[in-house]
Unconditional design. Sequence first.
Length: 179
Amino acid sequence: MERAIADQLEALHAAAFGWALHCCGGDHARAEDVLQNAYLKLAQERLQFDGASSFKTWWFGVVRFTAHEEFRRLRYRESLIGKLLLQLTGDTHDPRPSPVRKLELDERSAELRRCLAQLPARQAEVLHLVFYQDLTLREAALVMRVGIGSARQHYERGKARLRTLLQEPSSTFSHEPAT
């Protein structure tokens, strides 16, 4: 791997992990696996940066595609045949986050995640790319493999819906005792 690419990957590591975390629905263990698999693909020269977009945009696309591959693998493992194969091989790895990890989430981030989860997938993806990963709408469209007009529409609709959801009173937490 070239030194320049290694330097860019190092500079983008934290942001790429944040994007992987989003692509994996907040599951830290899966996000780590996804990012490691993306690095592995690059190290094994199974993919190559062609310069058609910025390196960050290209890398986030690789991470997104790798997360989708991992999700398909996870769904297979959860299927009946997958469960049978797991019993035969003795692999008992549980992909769900630990209870300790769930308790670490503070109330506000949990509320934001709840609201983001209510958005359609494309709206949540474009908002994450623009706000958390600091991509432009054009770069987000490239990562998502949609047109710029479609990305703009998902972005505007997502912001409007998120604003509405965040202003609604939360019924999940009640601080008053039941009477």
